[in-house]
Design a protein around this ligand. Structure first.
Ligand code: FAD
Length: 593
């Protein structure tokens, strides 16, 4: 099929090919289309790859090309990029959903082991590492993906490392003792004269953050007062200050700590957890548009759902537990210190995984966990060997999201069933874009580690080369983050929409701040998560069932960030170490120690 369109001296020729993949990409392309874009001077002949049905692709390609022409075709170079969906084996996850109880074939392999950990994300790795350090050797991890790390895995494009998910770790507070110890063991932190000193190489370099608002880049993410309409300035500043005071008051007495299970749960937490953050902000008459945008942005960025979805407990926890809220002119308006790496938290995850390599079984989809007399049976589909395996363990740790744990267990407890029924998961997408030369910039603050656009759908982008010592701007990978809250329609469309549709949307949105982006992007690899993280919706964190699950002692235990109602490294790591300690205590008791 071929169609022609003309615009501003350029011609577009569209060819659609079924089952053809772009050069070097062999997966995730059922059908694709190719768009050749030529300027009259004949100098440009670029190809654009699309994925969709041919008819659909043709229509979308023409629309898109028509939109792109004024931006790109008559500039130095035209739009040209390849890429695809990467990183997640969705069909393997769905195998669990589609497996009916009792319908598993007989296992082709049977083994007996000491501890089986299902899920090799941060929590599972933390648990295994702690057990191995204490001399428990017979520990085996299982993960359905081809690599360990879960939401903290990394990727590479054009030789440059970039994150697939989590990308930073704030400096731990006094209650995060497990994380602090890990950072010391990894050489990221030491104590000098009683004060923590962090390895400069891994601390986020300046400039850390900037916000694109009103046609300019501004330092920091809180909308600056002078970028707002004059009529809004005084009210907004007063509300910034009032919210800062409320956060300071809320932080007193360790009311909000990380890990969250170390803070005392009080009656006022129940009140906060019973309403959305938006409802609570309304009740405090904190309604300034810029403040509300910023608070909503922070919730979407950390929790995957906005202020209308998360509880007021979660909204306050974000600021009171670690980030603080710094109104302009406050004495303590210094930035949070964060640790970050080009590949994001995959840097830490790979160091957790490295000493465990011979015990990590990847491409293994655990389908059923059943307690029996002789131990706990873990039945898994080995996707590499195409066979079912049964691993019978003395002890099983479910380091998977709670909704998965509830499906795996033959007889889930009422606490597990209750908790699973209340969890709401946010779909996320991470777009890693290879840019082959530095982007032109709008006026204002320079390219930073985290770059956010005011009032758009995405959460902005992180520059993967930010931590490099390269003294000049140049090729890089920009990682753009997207989260959509709990509405199931978003998950469906993320699963169904083609790579190109999503990639084009990313380019379109970021082009607002970087009009030259379409002509400099060479590859866009998209990672999609159907159930990326638990959103701390009202009523979740205060639920007794979550606490009950984290107190379970027995042959099957639970270790996942979901147990804290939301997902960050510190919570995942805490639950992994907590369960390892429980297992070690149990062993000591069995030995009569
Ligand atoms: C896009 C994104 C960005 C993020 N950014 C940050 C950040 O910057 N900083 C931060 O602290 N946190 C961030 N997070 C949160 C992140 O989830 C946590 O930091 C942490 O990685 C969670 O670890 P976990 O072990 O609790 O869970 P997971 O990462 O969910 O690990 C669970 C593991 O179980 C496996 N699994 C599931 N089902 C099965 C099965 N049936 N059989 C076998 N294996 C199974 C999964 O493949 C996965 O590896 C981000 C998350 C996402 C999605």
């Amino acid at each position: 099929m071929s169609r022609q369109a003309t615009n501003a001296g350029c011609s577009l020729a569209l060819e659609a090919h079924c089952g053809v993949a772009p050069p070097g990409r062999s997966h995730d392309y059922d059908s694709s289309a190719r768009l050749a874009l030529r300027c009259d001077n004949g100098a440009i002949n670029r190809h654009l790859w699309l994925d969709a049905t041919p008819v659909d692709a043709a229509r979308r390609a023409l629309l898109l090309a028509a939109a792109a022409v004024p931006l790109a075709a008559c500039s130095k170079r035209a739009t040209e990029y390849t890429g695809g969906w990467i990183g997640a084996q969705n069909e393997r996850g769905h195998r669990l959903r589609d497996t009916k109880s009792g319908s598993l074939p007989a296992p082709a392999v049977q083994r007996r082991v000491g501890v089986a950990i299902v899920g090799a994300g941060v929590a599972g790795l933390a648990c295994a590492r702690m057990l191995a350090k204490r001399g428990v050797d017979d520990v085996h991890l299982f993960d359905l993906e081809d690599a360990a790390g879960g939401n903290s895995r990394g990727h590479r494009i054009a030789g440059m490392a970039c994150p697939l998910g989590a990308h930073y770790l704030p400096l731990p507070g006094e209650h995060a003792t497990e994380v602090t110890q890990l950072l010391e063991e990894l050489g990221l932190r030491r104590t000098v004269n009683g004060q923590p000193v962090y390895n400069e190489q891994h601390l986020c370099h300046s400039p850390q953050e900037r916000l694109f608002i009103d046609g300019h880049w501004h330092d920091g993410l809180l909308p600056p007062i002078d970028a707002l309409p004059v009529a809004d300035r005084a009210t907004t500043l007063a509300q910034y200050r009032r919210f800062a005071q409320l956060v300071t008051d809320a932080s007193r007495g360790n009311a909000f700590t990380m890990p969250t299970w170390r803070s005392a749960w009080r009656a006022e937490h129940d009140v906060l957890d019973a309403q959305t953050f938006s409802q609570w902000l309304d009740s405090q008459q904190l309604t300034a548009t810029a403040l509300r945008w910023y608070l909503d942005y922070c919730c979407r960025d950390d929790y995957g759902g906005g202020a209308d979805e998360v509880s007021a407990w979660a909204g306050l926890h974000y600021f009171a537990s670690r980030h603080g809220f710094h109104a302009p002119g406050m004495t303590s308006d210094e930035r949070d210190g964060v640790l970050t790496w080009p590949e994001g938290n995959a840097w830490i995850a790979s160091r957790l995984a490295e000493p465990l390599q011979d015990r990590i079984n990847t491409s293994m989809v655990v389908l059923r966990v059943q307690e029996g007399r002789g131990g706990v049976d873990v039945d898994a589909w080995n996707a590499r060997e195409s066979r079912v395996e049964r691993w019978t363990a003395k002890q099983v740790v479910l380091a998977v999201p709670i909704f998965i744990a509830a499906r795996l267990l033959e007889s889930p407890s009422s606490a597990l069933t209750h908790a699973a029924s209340r969890m709401r998961y946010a779909p996320w997408m991470v777009a890693n874009m290879h840019i082959d030369e530095a982007l032109d910039d709008r006026p204002g603050a320079p390219l930073s580690w985290d770059n956010v656009l005011y009032g758009v759908e995405s959460l902005g982008y992180v520059d993967a080369m930010h931590q490099s010592m390269r003294p000049y701007p140049g090729p890089t990978v920009l990682s753009s983050y997207w989260a959509w809250g709990a509405a199931p329609a978003h998950r469906q469309s993320l699963l169904q929409q083609g790579w190109f549709t999503r990639a084009a949307r990313v380019v379109q949105e970021l082009s607002r701040a970087h009009p030259d982006l379409p002509s400099k992007v060479r590859q866009i690899d998209l990672m999609r998560y159907g159930h990326a993280m638990s959103i701390p919706v009202p009523g979740l964190r205060s639920r007794a069932s979550l606490r009950a699950l984290s107190q379970v002692r027995g042959r099957v235990m639970f270790a996942h960030s979901d147990l804290s109602a939301y997902s960050v490294f510190e919570e995942a790591y805490f639950h992994g170490v907590r369960v390892a300690r429980d297992i070690l205590d149990g062993e000591r008791r069995d030995r009569g120690g």
